[in-house]
Design a protein. Structure first.
Length: 474
């Protein structure tokens, strides 16, 4: 994973810093469960230390230029301490899943320290074996600021720290060599970096213009698609989302619930109904959200919520890079439709319409334009993207590896994603597949969602109803 001292954040990366408040923490992460006895904390730290050279950004922190100096930059942290980032926690008896998710929620409730590299990895021991099993277990809780990674690059990052076989590869001693941070820049160097990046942007714009003139037909097609997408995106931004109990002021404390299901059930529905797995996910979430609203005596007749759905723009050659390469789309959650098949058809048609509208292309063009915006304009654009008036909840679905992974010879059995809560949003749903399973991490505001168990139970119920209904049509 490449990195340079004084790399500047992209506009998308910087937007997650702009939107962070004392109550809305912009970090994402995961809860990982492993078979076997927990390793010693020192051994885990040595394991990570040996691989730090593969993720140089882990040793870098943010520096904020003087006013007018542009977006923040990454610099080597001369005071980097691995012990601060790889830490340990022990579950009290009985060491069950409820206590584990409570601990993970507590870790998610605390912001990352911006004076240090923006990541943490917690080793959790004290877990009891799974019900009906005798094999020991332990867990890890990973936490990264969204300015550092998006969902796809987070998966790439996990594969750097994890192995494909129980037998780790031959020890790499590169990471054990002495590391020396580059000297921190002074104010003048930061201003010069801003000027240099401005010149790079101008050169890049000139190069793009020359390429466009050299291939006018292809450029005209791309420009037309971007214009169509931007028009659709702006039209969508002008349509407010309905007000619901999910759109309230939030505090800093979180609740976490986990739902694990069979990926084959989603694939079966996909094949039988001729839809995408993401369509099935959104349909399941809509069913659960609808039941939750009705349990609160909320009228859902004809109600359609809107989900903020990140779409990865990361090309194959960009795998292994950090930062954010995504577009934000707003997908439908028809919670008022109780018939599961009709709800699935509605979601599928709407998502197909979004794809035809080129919204993702427009969002990508907007992100590229944002890299050339001044910070004040960028802050306003970021505020608009995450406005509580435009969506009701975040739903992110990231495909994970479909082969077993290991750390220090211990098999990873469960991989649960954890998203973030933007200001004014009480629920975020993160979904990730791994080794034949699909896991939901439901992150909620502690004060607003004391009944999150209803939502978690609704995910299982909604999938079962959809599976049975689609099967009956076959």
């Amino acid at each position: 994973m490449t990195r340079r001292h004084l790399d500047r954040l992209t506009s998308t990366d910087a937007s997650f810093l702009q939107r962070e408040t004392a109550s809305a923490h912009m970090h994402i992460g995961g809860l990982l469960l492993f078979e076997g006895p927990a390793p010693a904390l020192g051994a885990l730290r040595n394991h990570v230390r040996r691989r730090l050279h593969l993720v140089p950004r882990y040793r870098q922190k943010l520096v904020f230029p003087p006013r007018g100096g542009g977006r923040p930059l990454w610099i080597d942290d001369p005071e980097f301490e691995l012990e601060w980032h790889v830490r340990q926690a022990s579950l009290p008896a009985p060491g069950d899943e409820d206590l584990l998710t409570e601990l993970a929620a507590d870790i998610a409730s605390r912001p990352l320290d911006r004076r240090r590299p923006l990541w943490e990895l917690w080793l959790v021991d004290g877990m009891r074996p799974a019900t009906g099993a005798t094999v020991e277990r332990f867990a890890m809780v990973a936490k990264h600021h969204h300015a550092l990674v998006d969902g796809i690059s987070g998966v790439d990052l996990a594969t750097v720290l994890l192995d494909l076989t129980p037998e780790p590869p031959r020890p790499d001693t590169t990471g054990l060599r002495p590391w020396r941070a580059q000297r921190p820049p002074d104010s003048l160097e930061l201003l010069c970096a801003g000027v240099r990046d401005g010149m790079r942007a101008a050169i890049s714009l000139t190069t793009l213009t020359a390429r466009a003139l050299a291939t006018p037909r292809r450029s005209a097609t791309a420009l037309s698609e971007a214009g169509t997408g931007l028009s659709a995106l702006l039209a969508e931004l002008g349509r407010p989302a309905p007000r619901t109990p999910l759109n309230v002021p939030i505090g800093p404390q979180r609740r976490l619930r986990v739902v694990s299901q069979r990926l084959d059930d989603y694939r079966a529905i996909k094949s039988s109904a001729g839809v995408s797995v993401n369509d099935v996910v959104l349909t399941v979430v809509a069913g659960a959200a609808g039941e939750w609203l009705r349990s609160r005596a909320y009228d859902t007749d004809g109600l359609e919520l809107r989900a903020l759905v990140p779409v990865s723009l990361r090309a194959a050659e960009e795998r292994g890079t950090l930062g954010n390469r995504l577009a934000l789309m707003r997908g439908p959650l028809p919670v008022g439709i109780t018939d599961p098949v009709r709800r699935l058809r509605t979601v599928s048609r709407a998502m197909d319409g979004l794809k035809r509208s080129k919204q993702a292309v427009g969002a990508a063009a907007l992100a590229a334009m944002s890299d050339r915006l001044p910070p004040a304009v960028l802050a306003q654009a970021s505020r608009l993207q995450f406005s509580p008036w435009l969506f009701n909840l975040l739903v992110t679905n990231v495909p994970g590896p479909q082969v077993p992974l290991y750390i220090m010879g211990k098999r990873l059995t469960d991989l649960i994603p954890v998203a973030f809560l933007p200001a004014g949003h009480a629920l975020a749903v993160a979904v990730m597949s791994y080794d034949g399973r699909i896991a939901y991490g439901l992150l909620g505001d502690h004060a607003s969602l004391p009944d999150m168990d209803v939502l978690a139970g609704g995910i299982d119920q909604s999938l079962a109803q959809l599976y049975d209904a689609v099967g009956a049509l076959a």
